[in-house]
Design a protein around this ligand. Structure first.
Ligand code: HAS
Length: 571
């Protein structure tokens, strides 16, 4: 029997308008960020010296790129997906007042953060490490964005409680589990960045204190920063597990595997942040080793995902008559215009194979020494957050706009071409960045805009072919997003289809529906997560606080680069 969670559901006009805002406005911010990305590659290659919108300040454009794409767009999409999937799967109504409060806070925060970046008052990159210092409005904007996302999450909890009461013994729908996992990880992670901003960066930025403990701020940031990457990944995984098998013409191979994956992310997403700080002083190498161990554990749910999704795709292919060991691979709807969402999810999965492998390289301490702070790292994260995550979110945005605004997707050839163009672009881009990184090409170093100037102190001729590759890839990626945006806005501005009375999302049934009682309750997994966080982070924070680093005065990218830094780089 088909589960009730999969059936269509009615959303009223107000809910549809709110969803429209949650999807369309961030798309504009994403586009500004993507433009910032294009400019980065052109700057670095020396093709453009002065961005007509952002000026010559490299950190300003890079901050716009990172904050808009990786923080603003992703948070809006995660909230929108939750606001769609949770009521849909539970067949319950959202509390609309709180949903509007959440949307309003997120919008106010994002506009505030964007305005300070444009004004040149927040050229601090998406990691806002001190001693780079931003205007207080930048930090306040980020706080509002996060609080808005918490309000959305707290709004779903009473709905879920009610559903549990009315449906005793029923399994939580996977779509709901996926979104709750996303926001449990997000909530725990954002507590540390709240401490960093409210007790350190904001008072510093307001001039209430003179300096800030840079190492402590970095450590609190990475307590948040690594789970942040799973906050990006988990909505994409929710779409992979709930939608991809159906789009492939089959069923989710194992319901239990999907549940286990989400639970493993709850416990392992957070106690790993120090792998971003392997090269930092102050933290003992024993604790770095512990975080490295947990980092390998957090790769496990993605490996399970690789097998479960491949088995689901195989099931879909065989349902369509595939024969032999690999016949199912040729039966996938890779370029289907009717099944356009499939192309966003499958291209992302292909990309993630390489994003995952490069992540394992990063996690291995000795190899990290070779790649840390080089262009390899942006190569890695464009194969993760700017690969599978971006593509799933773009496809998801088009799906939500189509369903909630009652539209037919327009320019379907564009909608299918965009992810495939992006797929080729991001491989070329990341290949260039990673190969360059292995030759020492630095990342986000404030040495002036370009690495291609033979007169520059750090110029290395062997970097040039790889910088050129990243330009070619970057331009293709940008054009792919333009192609997507054309199809997206053509859909937004097209005529409403009045017959689309209900929202209908492509959710899959399970093939193996194991009872898995041990995976029914979130509580033990959350408790385990807290225990692992205490075990892994108490000694790290102790080491950092105990070390003798004083506080640091602000540094601005406009300040001249000290001679000794130039000397040390050129050596
Ligand atoms: Fe990472 C740095 C380690 C995953 C994002 N990462 C970053 C940064 C970002 C980022 C943004 O250990 C830079 C931060 C900064 O600004 O400094 N990362 C990992 C590891 C994983 C990983 C071990 N990262 C991600 C994801 C991200 C992301 C996901 C965003 C969404 N990362 C690191 C480390 C660093 C780092 C170090 C610090 C580097 C440094 O020194 O600064 C793992 O979670 C990856 C596991 C993934 C897999 C892949 C599974 C494959 C799948 C596809 C299967 C395909 C199918 C298709 C089924 C094991 C699921 C078949 C279909 C057919 C038709 C055949």
């Amino acid at each position: 029997m088909k589960s009730n969670a999969l059936a269509p559901f009615s959303f009223d006009r107000n809910e549809r308008i709110m969803m429209g805002i949650l999807i369309i406005l961030p798309m504009i911010m994403l586009f500004m960020g993507v433009y910032g990305g294009l400019m980065q590659t052109l700057f670095r290659a020396g093709i453009v010296q002065n961005d007509p919108f952002m000026g010559p300040d490299y950190y300003k454009g890079l901050t716009l790129h990172g904050v808009m794409n990786a923080i603003v767009f992703t948070t809006f999409f995660a909230v929108a997906l939750g606001n769609a999937l949770i009521p849909y799967a539970l067949k319950l109504k959202l509390n609309l007042t709180w949903a509007w409060v959440s949307t309003g806070l997120m919008l106010a925060g994002s506009v505030m953060a964007a305005a300070t970046i444009f004004a040149g008052e927040a050229s601090v990159l998406y990691t806002f490490y001190p001693p780079l210092k931003a205007s207080p409005f930048f930090y306040i904007g980020l706080v509002l964005l996060v609080i808005g996302s918490w309000v959305a999450f707290f709004n779903w909890i009473p709905m879920y409680m009610r559903w549990r009461k009315e449906n005793p013994g029923e399994k939580t729908p996977i779509a709901v589990l996926g979104m709750f996992t996303t926001f449990i990880v997000w909530f725990i992670a954002t507590l540390s960045v709240a401490v960093e901003i409210l007790f350190m960066l904001l008072p510093w930025s307001l001039g209430w204190v003179d300096g800030v403990n840079v190492m402590l701020a970095r450590t609190l940031f990475w307590f948040f920063g690594h789970p942040l990457v799973y906050f990006w990944l988990l909505p994409a995984y929710t779409m992979y597990y709930t939608m991809l098998p159906k789009l492939a013409g089959g069923k989710l191979y194992s319901d239990m595997a999907a549940r286990l994956v989400f639970m493993l992310f709850i416990i392992f997403s957070i106690p790993v942040g120090t792998h971003h700080q392997y090269m930092d002083p102050a933290i003992g190498s024993d604790w770095k080793l512990l975080h490295a161990f947990f980092t390998f554990c957090v790769a496990l749910p993605s490996l399970i995902t690789a097998f479960t999704l491949a088995a689901s795709l195989e099931h879909g292919g065989r349902e369509k008559g595939a024969r032999g060991l690999f016949g199912w691979i040729t039966k996938q709807p890779y370029f289907s215009r009717e099944n356009w969402l499939y192309s966003y999810l499958i291209t992302g999965l292909f990309i993630f194979v390489f994003g995952g492998i490069s992540g394992i390289v990063n996690a291995s301490y000795q190899m990290n020494i070779a790649v840390h702070n080089t262009a390899w790292v942006p190569g890695h994260f464009h194969l993760t957050v700017a690969g599978p995550v971006l593509l799933a979110f773009l496809g998801g945005s088009l799906l939500l706009v189509q369903q909630f605004l009652r539209k037919e997707v327009k320019l379907k050839s564009f909608a299918v071409a965009a992810p495939w163009m992006y797929f080729f672009g991001v491989f070329i881009f990341s290949w260039g960045m990673m190969r360059g990184g292995l030759l020492g090409l630095p990342r986000r170093t404030n040495t002036g805009a370009t690495y291609a100037n033979p007169n520059s102190a750090i110029y290395q001729p062997e970097w040039m072919p790889f910088i050129d590759m990243s330009v070619i890839g970057g331009v293709i990626m940008f054009l792919a997003v333009v192609v997507f945006i054309i199809s997206f806005f053509a859909t937004v501005f097209s005529k409403t289809v009045p017959e689309m009375e209900e929202v209908e999302l492509p959710l899959s049934e399970p093939y193996h529906d194991e009872p898995a009682l041990w995976l029914r309750n979130l509580r033990p997994w959350i408790v385990t997560a807290v225990v692992l966080i205490v075990v892994s982070y108490t000694p790290v924070i102790y080491d950092v606080v105990r070390s003798t680093y004083g506080t640091s005065a602000p540094y601005s990218p406009d300040s001249p680069i000290p001679e000794r830094i130039i000397d040390s780089i050129s050596e």
